[in-house]
Design a protein around this ligand. Structure first.
Ligand SMILES: Nc1nc2c(ncn2[C@@H]2O[C@H](COP(=O)(O)OP(=O)(O)OP(=O)(O)O)[C@@H](O)[C@H]2O)c(=O)[nH]1
Ligand SMILES: [Mg+2]
Length: 476
């Protein structure tokens, strides 16, 4: 079934029509669809705002504001448009927030939105050496809640495989105490008993509480299903499910002791059904929206996780690896589980690089390389690039004397404060620290309020780190 015919059968879906809208493109237009992906709070919304604003203003701004801008001399007009069928990304609102007298960062994203940046430029190829017949380039940017990305790896697993992984995680040292109410409740559940929606809702609610607490109290990001971990989202009790590795479908052969066939009308069957219905939604989202985007930016906030310590950092590593593996696996031509386009460019960006001094950016990139893993990078070597990025630079670098030595500091307004302070973020590791090294690490990563930029920046790119390199990498 093609993605479009599947869309037609998916009545009532909010995604209906989006795939078609993304596809409709006059032949005279060159279209680059950019999937901006990243876990919750990784910086997607800020990135899209700053990136779109830079594209709008860079051609007329001084070169230094956005050094790499391929069309600089040839740009005739840049405009922001809706992507038909997709709710519009509230660009103006987000920019106003950042340029306000007392600027604020965006609130967490709750739904899907998109923005089309249309650039009319002279008849030159992006590489300059290539002469193109087209004089219009569209960049489609899509924003969505980061929690949705967590669901991607679920597409590669059966209910049982997923359950086993989730149960193992729940029994790990950093989580067991939070998981206990759910684990206790699930122990008394008989998968072969007749379906009892109230009981499923009760245990499902306990499971969801556990996911929310992992995020809120421990800053653990690998929680699935991701949509259950959206704090404000009301999840239909009739859609809740939870891991239960003793349930298995298609049990005629190979049944092990302690496992239950999911007979019709049983608790086990209900869990399988709800899991399958959830995956259908996830598959639709990726297949119809992200699967069609040939260029991808994966934003990773390593620094916040680093500051949270060993357990949160390991958890981020697990999440990022699961997601990047899933992207590879789902794209595998033999599996064809998703109508995923070939990603011809994947920019892996460590975000919020302005939380450390510039001399630490190389370490930040190396840490990202270590987290993503050599096998993935080798497999995607031709398409992928690693970089340290700040979409909006909230700090400036300076050197201050400490014990007579010139030492790198950051100047900015720390989160929750009103005054500018000089902060010494220290040295971050260039590889994943071993468990026993964490106590010796000497860094102090703080969050910052947005910079006080004001209206002067309406016509030129906001201060950034390497945002232009992302554009260069995606298009060159
Ligand atoms: N200093 C600095 N902070 C940033 C930057 N980008 C993001 N942040 C911080 O990270 C937070 C999250 O950024 P968002 O862009 O909202 O992240 P998101 O990925 O859209 O998050 P969700 O919508 O929850 O998925 C912001 O509130 C800022 O505190 C940056 O370039 N520099
Ligand atoms: Mg967002």
């Amino acid at each position: 079934m093609t993605p479009l015919s599947r869309l037609k059968t998916a009545a009532g879906s909010t995604l209906e029509g989006i795939a078609a809208a993304l596809d409709a493109s006059p032949l005279t237009h060159r279209r680059h669809r950019i999937a901006v992906t990243g876990l919750q709070r990784s910086g997607k919304t800020v990135f899209i705002t700053a990136f779109a604003h830079a594209l709008l203003t860079a051609a007329r701004a001084p070169m230094a504001a956005f050094p790499f801008f391929p069309w600089r001399e040839h740009v005739q007009h840049v405009e922001l448009l809706d992507i038909p069928g997709v709710p519009r990304f509230p660009f103006e609102e987000r920019l106003d927030q950042l340029l306000a007298e007392k600027p604020t960062w965006p609130a967490p994203t709750t739904g899907l939105s998109g923005l089309r940046v249309r650039i009319r430029h002279g008849d030159v190829g992006l590489l300059r050496s290539v002469v193109s017949s087209s004089a219009t380039t569209d960049l489609d940017l899509i924003d969505y809640p980061g929690e949705w990305l967590l669901d991607l790896p679920m597409l590669t697993q059966s209910f049982r495989e997923w359950s086993l992984q989730m149960e193992e995680l729940a029994n790990s040292a950093g989580r067991l105490d939070l998981a206990t109410p759910w684990l206790d409740a699930v122990r008394s559940l008989d998968p072969a008993a007749p379906e009892n929606p109230a009981e499923l809702a009760r245990i499902g609610g306990l499971y969801r509480d556990y996911l929310l607490r992992c995020r809120q109290e421990r800053s653990l990001c690998f929680v699935q299903p991701g949509r259950f971990a959206l704090a404000d989202e009301t999840v239909d009790p009739a859609a809740l499910f939870f891991p239960l590795s003793t349930v298995r479908s298609g049990m005629r052969s190979g049944m092990r002791p302690g496992m239950f066939p999911a007979g019709r009308g049983t608790m086990g069957a209900a869990l399988l059904q709800r899991h399958a219905a959830y995956l259908k939604r996830v598959r639709q989202f990726y297949g119809d929206v992200f699967g069609r985007l040939g260029k991808q930016v994966l934003l990773v906030d390593l620094l916040s996780a680093l500051q949270q310590g060993h357990v949160a950092f390991a958890d981020l590593g697990l999440a990022i690896r699961s997601i990047s593996d899933a992207f590879e696996e789902l794209r595998h031509p033999l599996l064809r589980m998703l109508p995923i386009a070939r990603v011809d460019r994947l920019a892996l960006a460590a975000t919020k690089a302005d939380h450390v001094t510039a001399d630490q950016h190389a370490n930040l990139v190396n840490l990202l390389r270590d987290i993503v893993g050599e096998p993935f990078l080798l497999a995607t070597a031709r398409q992928s690039g690693l970089m340290a990025v700040a979409s909006v630079k909230a700090t400036t670098d300076l050197k201050l004397k400490v014990n007579g030595l010139a030492t790198p500091f950051l100047r900015g307004i720390p989160a929750g404060r009103d005054e500018v302070l000089d902060i010494q973020p220290g040295v971050i590791p260039g590889t994943i620290p071993a468990a026993d090294q964490w106590d010796e690490l000497g860094f102090n990563i703080r969050r910052f309020e947005p910079p006080r930029l004001g209206a002067a920046f309406r016509d030129r790119p906001l201060p950034h780190v390497n945002l232009d390199k992302v554009l260069q990498f995606l298009l060159a």
